[in-house]
Design a protein around this ligand. Sequence first.
Ligand code: CP
Length: 339
Amino acid sequence: MDNTAPNPALDRFPAGRLAFPHRDLTGIGQLERHEILYLLASAEQWVELNRQSAKHAGLLAGLTIINAFFENSTRTLLSFEIAGKRLGADVVNMHAAQSSVKKGETLIDTAITLNAMRADAIVIRHGSSGATQLIADKVDCPVLNAGDGSHEHPTQALLDALALRAKLAERGEEAEDFTGRTILICGDILHSRVARSNMLCLQAMGAQVRACAPPALMPAGIEAMGVEPFSNFDAALEGCDVVMMLRLQQERMAGQFIPSAREYHHLYGLTKARLASASPEALVMHPGPMNRGVEIDSEVADMLDRSIITQQVEMGVAIRMACLDVLTRTARGVEGWSV
Ligand code: CP
């Protein structure tokens, strides 16, 4: 793929801005709407590359990217690794379980160690909210948040937006943003960094966002985030264009938040019958990993015409390629919004 070729999708972005104005990607909260749209447009070119048999671009040749994961991951770790490799970088994965963290090394000393190895970008997943910012403050290279505690998972929200936009385009409903659409996020809102990043991202893109959870799993004062809260799933579903389901984050729960998985499924599980309360043709999303039979039934998750869960995974590689490209431009001596 010729990466120097003009990309018409990017032409509408402000020519006066000389560089992406952030060194790090710690959350959607730091991004302006036009920066989100820019990252999405930029990722669209990588979707095309990823569908070819030859998937390599040499944009990041010579750069070293370290993926430091202090929590388990399948999608995020692998897609950051694939994204870096497809762009030509040397990619190294640090799994905390096999690292000197297990010998008592602190998070900050670990960050300083990675920095001393002259990484050109560090991707962090950590169980503590704010850990990514803490590391970003200690190192000299861009830091990308791959999920920090219950705080944010910005590349997940970006890939969700990219997948939704692609599906709408496939249906002939092409639109730059989600103005006029109602999107419901349902599940363990309290512990979910995916919910938080998506509330910010979807609203920045014009959507009306609803949040539905059992009262014990709904953050106090959620209205301040601009979303409409519900505890009744059937009421929340009415008129929704998109339903995004979240799993119960047992690893972040201290104590019992729900009576049982069976009870939870009865009240908050997305079944085919329940999906009928949403708009006709409403789309179904889930960031994964799914707990089938708890928050979502297989017959819904696997609906070819309505579920875009697999497309979300596909878009994960492209959005991470776009983020790695944009954030390493200073290291590569590349200026400007255009690729
Ligand atoms: N959606 C998501 O972050 O999945 P992983 O935990 O598998 O990375």
